[in-house]
Every structure is written in structure tokens, then in C-alpha cells.
Design a protein around this ligand. Sequence first.
Ligand code: FAD
Length: 392
Amino acid sequence: MIKTKAAVIGAGPAGLCAAISCSRTLGRGSTVVLEKQTKAGRKLLATGNGRCNISNEDISVEHYHGDKAIAEAVLEEFPCGAMYGFMRESGVLLRSDGEGRIYPYSNQAATVLDALTGECIRQGADIRTGFEISSVKKDGGGFVVSSQDTELRCEYLIFASGSAAAPHLGADSSGYSLLEGLGIKHTPLFPALCPVVTKEKCKSLKGVRVKGSVSLIADGKKIKERTGEIQFTENGLSGICVFELSRDISEYLLSGTIDGSKINGIKLSADLMKEHSFAEICAYLDEIKRLPGDRPASEPKSCAQLTRSDIKALAGTVKGMIFTPTATGGFAAAQVCAGGVGSDEVDPRTLMSKRAKSLYICGELLNVDGDCGGFNLHFAAGSGLLAGRLKK
Ligand SMILES: Cc1cc2nc3c(=O)[nH]c(=O)nc-3n(C[C@H](O)[C@H](O)[C@H](O)COP(=O)(O)OP(=O)(O)OC[C@H]3O[C@@H](n4cnc5c(N)ncnc54)[C@H](O)[C@@H]3O)c2cc1C
């Protein structure tokens, strides 16, 4: 049996930051990180299309969903400036892309992963890969964690095993099951930041990307609008603004509620020419109709044949293309998981379990998910650093 003061389950951004912080708290040689995959940080390497959008200039609780008490407590300890400082002392300079998204100067996720693993090693933490935890038991004042062939005893245990989002990167929900075994519950889990499947298929538009806005209509009322790229897919919609509405759509499809309120029906309305009004588009179509020489419009009519009501209908479609969500891309296509362990189970100020003393939970396992734009990695790092302080 291996004996150590502290063990961290999972070597993603939350686990690596927890190990750095834990080693600073307990000293060199105190902390072991247990990672089931052959390498640390596999999901981290895929973030931001390999560029790692690690934080955002606009870090604030409004960009987080789920358990706001936990999000607030983590952000209070780890605001945007703290990420700049932490990465700087780990050897990485960051910069904003001009729209608030923060990346490593190198634009390489590998730079961030190398810095985090390097800092773990400098602080004397031991990262063991190929170590899949299949059982966790309380043992006296501590814990025994086991893989198929090895047992490890520790006084402090930090769970940082992430969620089931993106299983192709090795993710699974084993962390939630292990926590359940210790009596620690979580709220329902559902995919977020993912594409949406719609009843209306626009196969001819597949692959087309437009800058526009998408509104979420619940029971006939617009409740949210997001601006950004809209992408047409084989069976629905994708793109950042659709990703940002997918959390509510997932919740509605799972439980018939949005933010906990009962909803009877939802639609998406896409504005494909946000900066032009309905009247401007009508005027433009009218201009085209009057130009000499005929142009194709929509089958079977040409532009010259468009009537006033055809023009209004076309402009109406451009300004408000309606879609009915029937499913999401699921965890397979999701960047994050909504739901998780909440403040009924952990103290937000410490992230220590209320049921098991000396057990801490951080990262995506918690019931906090952020918008697109660096908010999730910021939370993973901040919650890991907080958990690793082992505050009581
Ligand atoms: C394609 C993609 C792009 C993304 N881009 C961004 C972005 O640009 N910006 C952003 O802010 N967020 C982004 N995210 C979200 C972000 O990656 C996650 O929120 C973040 O990685 C969560 O960190 P974590 O450490 O909690 O979990 P993870 O990164 O999932 O790490 C958990 C680790 O635990 C290990 N593990 C799991 N179970 C066990 C077990 N039983 N035993 C041992 N080890 C175990 C896993 O193998 C994994 O290495 C993206 C996600 C995806 C999928």
C-alpha cells in the first residue's frame, strides 16, 4: 500500500492546480496526483481549438450557472488578475484577444499544460498516470483509494476527475459514482455548450457559418439572446451563440424547466443579418428586383418575379428563422457538463465536503458551468487552487 499525505484524483486543470496548491500547503513530497489516462491534461490540450482560452477579462458570476454560491466564493479568491499572476509565476504570459478572451501568449494549450505539470513537479508533487481509481473508502481519519492493482492511503483527498463531457477525450462520470459511494450527492447532470438538433433540417445550408444572433423563445417570449457565429449542421444548429443557449435547451428537454421555472414549449429564432433591419432588407430585395437582368431568388421564382409579400416573407426568414429544438448533441459533443455537486454538499469557502472531513471537490464535478470564452478553465483552475489550500 502506498502512503501519502494528500491524493488528487484527476490530472486535468483542476487537479493539477489543486496539486500545486496542496503541495504549497503541506510541503514537498506530500501530494500524489492519480490520472487514469496515459498523459495528464488530455482535455486541456483540446481547449480553444488547441489554443486554450484560459480565462476572460470579464470574469464575473453572471457568466456562471448552477450553484452561484460556489462560483462567487471561487471568483472572490481567484479573480481575473489572479489568473494572470498565477500563470506568470508558472512561466506563462497571457494576453487578451481584444474581445476579452485570454490565451497563453504562445496560443498553444501545450504551453499551459507544460507549465502546470512543471509547477507540480517543482513543488514536489508526484503525477502518476495510468492510475484509474475504481474505489474510494473512508479509513479512520483518512481514505483508501484503489485502482485495479494498487491501493493508496491518504489523509486528504481531492476529487478533480471532471465530468462526462467529451468522452472521446477520455472523460467519464466515474467521479460522481465514487462520490455517491461516499454518500455525496449531485444535482441532475446535463450537457452544455453543445450543438442543438432541430426539427427543421436545412441540409442545403450544412456547413454555412454566419455572424448573427439567436434568441431562445420560451412559451412565446424571448428570454435570452446571444450574438456570434451561427453554424448550420446536418441536423440542426451549432456555433458559439447556439452553444451558449444549449444549456437552457438541455435543461428544458431533461426536465421541462429553464432555470427551474416550468416551460411548455421552446423555439429558437435566428437573425442572420443582425445589423440590418427588416425594412432595410426589404428595400435591398426591392432594389435587386428592379435591377436590369433577371437573378435567381428562390425556386421557382426569379428576383424580378418577387411580389411585395414574397419580399416580406424572405426578409422575415432572414431576420427570424424559426427552429424547434428536439435534442442536443449530448455529452459526446458537449464542452462541459451542467449540474454536479452543490453547496448543500461542500462549503463554498473551502470546497470541503460537509459529509467527509478532509475530502475536497473541485473543477467540473461541482455544480458550476460557465459560458463560452475561458470561463470554465478559469473556474477549474480557481477551484483547484482553493481546494488545495485544505482550509477547514
Ligand atoms: C473540445 C473542448 C474545448 C474546450 N475549450 C475550452 C476553452 O477554450 N476554454 C474553457 O474555459 N473551457 C473549455 N472547455 C471546457 C474545459 O476543458 C473543462 O471545463 C475543464 O477541462 C474542466 O477541468 P477539470 O480538471 O475539472 O476536468 P478534466 O479536464 O476533465 O480533467 C479530469 C481528469 O480526471 C481524469 N479522471 C477521470 N476519472 C478518473 C478516475 N476514476 N481515476 C483517475 N483519473 C480520472 C480524467 O482522465 C481527466 O484527465 C473545453 C472543453 C472541450 C471538451
